[in-house]
Design a protein around this ligand. Structure first.
Ligand SMILES: Cc1cc2nc3c(=O)[nH]c(=O)nc-3n(C[C@H](O)[C@H](O)[C@H](O)COP(=O)(O)OP(=O)(O)OC[C@H]3O[C@@H](n4cnc5c(N)ncnc54)[C@H](O)[C@@H]3O)c2cc1C
Length: 402
């Protein structure tokens, strides 16, 4: 097998219960060829397929599951530019110049996504985000973090207790308020991007599992479990947390996370419906949906074993509900949907995107971290540039050999 295989999520996610269009696709019936093979039809594979098909590259997308049925179906889909690692901490880890470049690129990617979705008629809600003080960053640290972000040209306002109370009706010591983030339905967007890629000529096959990959006479030959071969110039692994077995992943880990969705309660939602997350370990985050639900997640644990995590679900969701109620006492925190899922993290909060060392024309887009969807966009931008012979000034930030 070329990639790891995991139980990526439990059943019962909100998006499983929301209607979405179908992508016409079937198993691969015969050997074929293309310029690019994308392994994975989640939100990352869909954005890359759309970008490459639009650039005129002959593209095939395959997935061992149905399209958008991996981690994407479990995502709470707060599309934020704020990287898991605060700018101040990231500067200490990778240096000031690169940390600022990564934060700016993330900001740019969310701005790009907003217009990208709008141009394609895809639904996304523009939201500010509130980063609440917690046990990782207290009030003073938040103030410093806000100053660093502003010095880097990233708009952020520091709110004290009184400001938080009067504008958002939240009783908390302090927060950073950042404008211009998004919320989406990740399943709907993935499916619609795949449909668009298909319209532009991409072929999509699912279920089709890549079991073997070999270099033969200057090309890659990917073989499915059923023995069908796809001959291609480039392979892009957009395989999420089921990353290729041959990639060197330093500092990445796969953990377990929990999430739930409340019933619809449009009248009880907080003013402006900002994304909310807490500078705490374990953290808490929340967003609203257009039909008036609250989606809330966090409580990450190191174990990624399905049996262990499924047994913890009740306790974890109860803890999330209690924390959410503390921030928003007027909400009904009863869970209508609750789920657990694998969740990938990197030591810097940055994704790994690039050509895999020692494997020419074989790419990986591994968007590990809380803003994985923003990383999907960055991956689509970088891979499209590379495959069409253009340079991306930030590619080195995310490369395997950084
Ligand atoms: C509970 C939860 C909450 C999250 N919340 C957020 C959030 O609020 N904001 C945010 O930005 N990100 C969030 N994330 C992260 C984000 O959801 C992920 O980064 C994103 O969904 C990953 O998409 P993907 O397409 O890379 O992976 P996936 O959706 O998992 O797609 C990869 C696909 O590759 C396929 N595949 C793997 N190996 C093979 C093979 N050998 N052959 C064929 N197919 C293969 C799999 O079947 C899978 O469908 C969250 C994640 C979770 C789990």
């Amino acid at each position: 097998m070329t990639t790891h295989k995991r139980k990526l999520r439990t059943d019962g996610t909100l998006w499983q219960h929301v209607r979405a269009p179908q992508v016409p696709c079937g198993a691969l019936a015969r050997n074929t060829s293309a310029e690019v093979l994308i392994v994975g039809a989640g939100i990352t594979g869909a954005m890359i397929a759309d970008a490459l098909a639009e650039a005129g590259l002959e593209t095939i997308v395959v997935d061992r599951r149905k399209p958008a049925h991996g981690s994407t179906l479990a995502s709470t889909a707060l599309v934020a530019y704020e990287i898991d690692m605060p700018l101040g901490l990231l500067q200490k880890k990778i240096g000031k110049h690169d940390a600022i470049s990564a934060w700016r690129r993330s900001r740019l990617a969310v701005g790009n996504l907003q217009s990208y979705f709008a141009e394609r008629g895809l639904e996304a809600q523009s939201r500010g985000s509130l980063y609440l003080a917690g046990n990782d960053l207290g009030m003073r640290d938040l103030k410093t973090e806000g100053e660093l972000r502003r010095a880097a040209g990233i708009e952020t306002a520091f709110l004290d207790r009184a400001a938080l109370r009067s504008r958002f009706d939240i009783g908390h010591s302090a927060a950073l308020l950042s404008p211009g983030n998004l919320t989406i339905n990740p399943r709907d967007i993935t499916v619609r991007l795949l449909l668009r890629a298909r319209m532009l000529g991409a072929r999509i096959h699912a279920p089709a599992e890549i079991a073997h990959l070999a270099r033969r006479r200057g090309a890659w030959v990917a073989t499915t479990k059923e023995g069908r071969c796809i001959r291609c110039k480039h392979v892009v692994f957009a395989s999420g947390y089921e990353f290729p077995k041959f990639v060197p992943l330093k500092g990445h880990k796969i953990r377990t996370t929990w999430a739930f969705a409340t019933r619809s309660q449009p009248r009880k939602l907080w003013p402006e419906q900002c994304l909310v997350w807490q500078a705490s370990s374990p953290y808490l985050y929340a967003r609203t949906t257009p039909d008036g639900r609250v989606l809330c997640g966090g409580e990450d644990e190191d174990s990624s074993e399905a049996v262990h995590r499924d047994g913890m679900a009740e306790r974890k969701v109860a803890r999330l509900q209690a924390k959410l109620a503390k921030v928003f006492p007027k909400l009904n925190t009863e869970a209508e949907f609750a789920w657990a899922a694998s969740f990938g993290e990197s030591s810097t909060g940055l994704p790994t995107i690039g050509e895999i060392p020692g494997r020419p024309h074989c790419w990986a887009a591994l968007g590990y971290g809380g803003n994985g969807i923003t990383c999907s966009r960055i991956a689509a931008e970088i891979i499209r540039s590379a495959l069409t012979g253009q340079a991306d000034a930030d590619a080195g930030l995310y490369a395997f050999k950084r």
